[in-house]
Ligand binder design. Structure first.
Ligand SMILES: [Zn+2]
Length: 199
């Protein structure tokens, strides 16, 4: 059984296909080029112009974070500039903390496939995002505290310390009332669809 990890920050272990989020290109099968909203504290246009998406399977994580001291208007400016630079074909991994109205306004006119990394919004926001066709991604933390009926799985692992994928998949499979094997197949299919892997 091949596990899938939709978002992590280090090379995945054997037996796991993962989308690795990194500020620069790295030697893994699937990497996502990351620009955190903190970068809006600096020159926004320069930060976007420096983005090199060549070889990247996705853009992200990028997004909006209400906890930061950086004004929301500047974060929005950076996000727009990064999305412009990446173009409409690249899937996007979004980091969003308490800024869904602003995020939805930004994404309204975009056609990129979207994954909401560690989504922890309200049930209403969940339905809005699902209706917009976006992927809701959950790490063990959200899985333990939320109860959505449709989601994809991520570890958000920062280091190559042991992460128990078997236990994680079992927990998610029990929640959904399916076999872990079936869940893994489903995750692989959705990963291919999100990344745009041709079969
Ligand atoms: Zn992350």
């Amino acid at each position: 059984m091949m596990y899938v990890d939709f978002h992590l920050h280090c090379a995945p272990p054997d037996g796991v296909r993962g989308l690795v989020s990194s500020p620069a290109r790295i030697a893994v099968p699937f990497f996502s080029i990351q620009r955190l909203p903190d970068a809006a504290a600096e020159d926004v246009l320069a930060a976007a112009a420096g983005l090199d998406v060549s070889g990247a399977a996705a853009l992200g994580e990028v997004g909006l974070d209400r906890r930061l001291a950086v004004p929301m208007a500047r974060q929005i400016e950076l996000l727009e500039a990064l999305l412009d630079r990446a173009g409409g074909d690249l899937p996007v991994v979004i980091h969003c903390v308490r800024a869904y109205p602003e995020l939805n306004a930004v994404l309204k006119s975009r056609r990129n496939r979207i994954l909401l990394h560690r989504f922890n919004g309200s049930p209403e926001e969940y339905r809005r995002q699902r209706d917009a066709g976006r992927l809701i991604s959950q790490s063990p933390h959200e899985l333990a505290t939320r109860n959505f009926e449709d989601f994809v799985l991520e570890s958000d692992a920062e280091t190559d310390a042991f992460f128990d994928y078997a236990a994680f998949y079992l927990m998610a499979a029990e929640r959904l009332g399916v076999e872990a094997e079936l869940l893994a197949e489903r995750m692989n299919r959705r990963f291919d669809e999100f990344i745009g892997v041709k079969k």
